[in-house]
Design a protein around this ligand. Structure first.
Ligand SMILES: CC(C)(COP(=O)(O)OP(=O)(O)OC[C@H]1O[C@@H](n2cnc3c(N)ncnc32)[C@H](O)[C@@H]1OP(=O)(O)O)[C@@H](O)C(=O)NCCC(=O)NCCS
Length: 159
Protein backbone atom coordinates (compact mmCIF):
# COMPACT_ATOMS: atom_id res chain seq x y z
CA UNK A 1 0.00 0.00 0.00
CA UNK A 2 1.36 3.42 -0.98
CA UNK A 3 2.15 5.94 1.71
CA UNK A 4 -0.10 8.93 2.40
CA UNK A 5 1.71 12.25 2.87
CA UNK A 6 0.79 15.90 3.19
CA UNK A 7 2.89 18.98 2.46
CA UNK A 8 2.85 22.54 1.18
CA UNK A 9 2.32 22.73 -2.58
CA UNK A 10 2.42 25.50 -5.16
CA UNK A 11 -0.62 27.40 -6.38
CA UNK A 12 -0.14 25.93 -9.84
CA UNK A 13 -0.32 22.39 -8.46
CA UNK A 14 -3.83 23.07 -7.13
CA UNK A 15 -5.29 24.09 -10.49
CA UNK A 16 -6.21 20.70 -12.04
CA UNK A 17 -8.12 19.46 -8.98
CA UNK A 18 -9.76 22.84 -8.41
CA UNK A 19 -10.95 22.87 -11.98
CA UNK A 20 -12.12 19.25 -12.00
CA UNK A 21 -14.08 19.41 -8.75
CA UNK A 22 -15.10 23.05 -8.34
CA UNK A 23 -15.12 24.77 -11.74
CA UNK A 24 -15.54 22.10 -14.43
CA UNK A 25 -17.02 24.64 -16.86
CA UNK A 26 -13.83 26.72 -16.96
CA UNK A 27 -11.26 26.27 -19.68
CA UNK A 28 -7.74 25.45 -18.41
CA UNK A 29 -6.76 29.08 -19.05
CA UNK A 30 -9.78 30.39 -17.11
CA UNK A 31 -9.09 27.95 -14.28
CA UNK A 32 -5.51 29.19 -14.12
CA UNK A 33 -6.69 32.81 -13.93
CA UNK A 34 -9.37 31.89 -11.37
CA UNK A 35 -6.70 30.39 -9.13
CA UNK A 36 -4.59 33.57 -9.13
CA UNK A 37 -4.30 34.12 -5.45
CA UNK A 38 -3.48 36.45 -2.67
CA UNK A 39 0.24 37.08 -2.35
CA UNK A 40 0.22 35.72 1.22
CA UNK A 41 -1.66 32.54 0.29
CA UNK A 42 -0.34 29.07 0.98
CA UNK A 43 -1.56 25.75 -0.35
CA UNK A 44 -1.53 22.25 1.13
CA UNK A 45 -1.88 18.94 -0.64
CA UNK A 46 -2.35 15.30 0.31
CA UNK A 47 -0.65 12.63 -1.75
CA UNK A 48 -0.91 8.88 -2.05
CA UNK A 49 2.47 7.82 -3.30
CA UNK A 50 3.44 10.59 -5.70
CA UNK A 51 -0.10 11.48 -6.77
CA UNK A 52 -1.70 14.68 -5.51
CA UNK A 53 -5.28 13.82 -4.52
CA UNK A 54 -6.56 16.62 -2.28
CA UNK A 55 -5.82 20.35 -2.23
CA UNK A 56 -6.73 23.36 -0.12
CA UNK A 57 -5.70 27.03 -0.09
CA UNK A 58 -5.51 29.51 2.79
CA UNK A 59 -5.07 33.28 2.54
CA UNK A 60 -5.62 36.25 4.85
CA UNK A 61 -9.04 37.87 4.38
CA UNK A 62 -11.38 39.73 6.71
CA UNK A 63 -14.54 37.92 7.77
CA UNK A 64 -17.45 39.38 5.80
CA UNK A 65 -20.41 40.83 7.65
CA UNK A 66 -23.63 38.84 7.32
CA UNK A 67 -26.37 40.50 9.37
CA UNK A 68 -28.97 38.07 10.69
CA UNK A 69 -26.74 35.10 11.39
CA UNK A 70 -24.28 33.94 14.00
CA UNK A 71 -20.97 35.78 13.71
CA UNK A 72 -17.49 34.34 14.07
CA UNK A 73 -15.46 35.76 16.96
CA UNK A 74 -13.67 39.00 16.01
CA UNK A 75 -10.37 37.53 14.84
CA UNK A 76 -7.56 40.04 14.55
CA UNK A 77 -5.86 37.69 12.08
CA UNK A 78 -8.60 36.17 9.90
CA UNK A 79 -7.69 33.61 7.25
CA UNK A 80 -9.96 32.25 4.56
CA UNK A 81 -9.99 28.61 3.50
CA UNK A 82 -10.71 28.16 -0.22
CA UNK A 83 -10.74 25.75 -3.11
CA UNK A 84 -10.91 22.49 -1.19
CA UNK A 85 -11.07 19.54 -3.55
CA UNK A 86 -10.39 15.81 -3.39
CA UNK A 87 -10.02 13.84 -6.61
CA UNK A 88 -13.13 12.02 -7.80
CA UNK A 89 -13.14 8.44 -6.61
CA UNK A 90 -10.78 9.21 -3.71
CA UNK A 91 -13.36 10.62 -1.27
CA UNK A 92 -13.85 9.25 2.21
CA UNK A 93 -10.20 8.30 2.75
CA UNK A 94 -9.46 11.24 5.05
CA UNK A 95 -7.43 13.10 2.40
CA UNK A 96 -9.19 16.46 2.73
CA UNK A 97 -9.07 16.20 6.53
CA UNK A 98 -5.29 15.71 6.29
CA UNK A 99 -4.81 18.72 3.97
CA UNK A 100 -6.91 21.03 6.17
CA UNK A 101 -5.39 19.67 9.37
CA UNK A 102 -1.89 20.36 8.04
CA UNK A 103 -2.81 23.95 7.09
CA UNK A 104 -4.52 24.66 10.41
CA UNK A 105 -1.60 23.25 12.40
CA UNK A 106 0.73 25.54 10.47
CA UNK A 107 -1.45 28.60 11.13
CA UNK A 108 -2.25 27.96 14.76
CA UNK A 109 1.23 26.78 15.77
CA UNK A 110 2.53 30.29 15.22
CA UNK A 111 -0.59 32.31 16.10
CA UNK A 112 -0.91 34.26 19.32
CA UNK A 113 -3.78 32.60 21.28
CA UNK A 114 -7.21 33.95 20.45
CA UNK A 115 -6.10 36.14 17.59
CA UNK A 116 -6.37 33.87 14.58
CA UNK A 117 -9.41 32.27 13.01
CA UNK A 118 -10.19 30.58 9.72
CA UNK A 119 -13.48 31.05 7.85
CA UNK A 120 -14.94 29.78 4.59
CA UNK A 121 -18.03 29.64 2.47
CA UNK A 122 -19.08 26.00 2.30
CA UNK A 123 -21.27 24.45 -0.37
CA UNK A 124 -24.39 22.63 0.84
CA UNK A 125 -22.99 19.28 -0.29
CA UNK A 126 -20.02 19.82 2.03
CA UNK A 127 -21.86 21.04 5.16
CA UNK A 128 -21.62 17.59 6.74
CA UNK A 129 -17.89 17.47 6.03
CA UNK A 130 -17.16 20.78 7.79
CA UNK A 131 -19.48 19.80 10.66
CA UNK A 132 -17.58 16.51 11.00
CA UNK A 133 -14.22 18.34 11.21
CA UNK A 134 -15.50 20.60 13.99
CA UNK A 135 -16.13 23.85 12.14
CA UNK A 136 -18.90 26.11 13.51
CA UNK A 137 -21.69 27.05 11.13
CA UNK A 138 -23.32 30.48 10.99
CA UNK A 139 -26.65 29.16 9.69
CA UNK A 140 -27.38 31.96 7.23
CA UNK A 141 -27.65 30.16 3.96
CA UNK A 142 -27.31 32.22 0.80
CA UNK A 143 -27.35 31.11 -2.81
CA UNK A 144 -24.85 31.75 -5.60
CA UNK A 145 -24.60 30.34 -9.10
CA UNK A 146 -23.11 27.20 -7.53
CA UNK A 147 -26.03 26.74 -5.13
CA UNK A 148 -26.61 27.27 -1.40
CA UNK A 149 -23.68 28.19 0.84
CA UNK A 150 -23.13 28.86 4.52
CA UNK A 151 -20.34 30.55 6.45
CA UNK A 152 -18.18 28.25 8.61
CA UNK A 153 -15.27 29.01 10.92
CA UNK A 154 -12.79 27.38 13.28
CA UNK A 155 -10.56 28.86 15.98
CA UNK A 156 -7.88 26.20 16.39
CA UNK A 157 -6.35 23.07 14.90
CA UNK A 158 -8.51 20.02 14.25
CA UNK A 159 -9.26 17.94 17.36
C1 LIG B 1 -15.89 17.81 0.26
C2 LIG B 1 -14.64 17.02 -0.10
C3 LIG B 1 -13.45 17.96 -0.23
C4 LIG B 1 -14.37 16.00 1.03
O1 LIG B 1 -13.13 15.37 0.73
P1 LIG B 1 -12.73 13.92 1.33
O2 LIG B 1 -11.29 13.73 1.05
O3 LIG B 1 -13.67 12.90 0.80
O4 LIG B 1 -13.01 14.13 2.87
P2 LIG B 1 -12.43 13.22 4.08
O5 LIG B 1 -12.33 11.81 3.61
O6 LIG B 1 -11.20 13.86 4.63
O7 LIG B 1 -13.61 13.34 5.13
C5 LIG B 1 -13.42 13.56 6.53
C6 LIG B 1 -14.66 13.10 7.23
O8 LIG B 1 -15.81 13.82 6.71
C7 LIG B 1 -16.76 12.90 6.18
N1 LIG B 1 -17.32 13.51 4.98
C8 LIG B 1 -16.68 13.75 3.81
N2 LIG B 1 -17.51 14.36 2.94
C9 LIG B 1 -18.68 14.49 3.58
C10 LIG B 1 -19.93 15.04 3.21
N3 LIG B 1 -20.11 15.60 2.00
N4 LIG B 1 -20.94 15.04 4.11
C11 LIG B 1 -20.75 14.48 5.33
N5 LIG B 1 -19.57 13.96 5.76
C12 LIG B 1 -18.56 13.96 4.88
C13 LIG B 1 -15.97 11.65 5.87
O9 LIG B 1 -16.80 10.52 5.85
C14 LIG B 1 -14.98 11.64 7.00
O10 LIG B 1 -15.65 11.17 8.15
P3 LIG B 1 -14.88 10.31 9.31
O11 LIG B 1 -14.14 11.33 10.12
O12 LIG B 1 -15.98 9.66 10.03
O13 LIG B 1 -13.97 9.37 8.60
C15 LIG B 1 -14.83 16.21 -1.43
O14 LIG B 1 -16.03 15.48 -1.36
C16 LIG B 1 -14.83 17.09 -2.68
O15 LIG B 1 -13.80 17.39 -3.26
N6 LIG B 1 -16.04 17.49 -3.11
C17 LIG B 1 -16.19 18.30 -4.34
C18 LIG B 1 -15.64 19.72 -4.15
C19 LIG B 1 -16.27 20.43 -2.96
O16 LIG B 1 -17.48 20.36 -2.73
N7 LIG B 1 -15.41 21.14 -2.21
C20 LIG B 1 -15.85 21.90 -1.05
C21 LIG B 1 -16.41 23.21 -1.48
S1 LIG B 1 -17.02 24.15 -0.10
Amino acid sequence: MEAVSVRFISRAETVPLRRARLNPDLTPEEAERNAQGHTDAFQCGTFIGGTLLSVVTFHPEAVPSHPGGLSPPPFSHPWRLRALATAAGQEGKGLARLAIGFGLRHLFSTAPPGSTGVWLYGRAAAYGFYDRLGFSRAGLTFTTDTGPHDLFWICGPLA
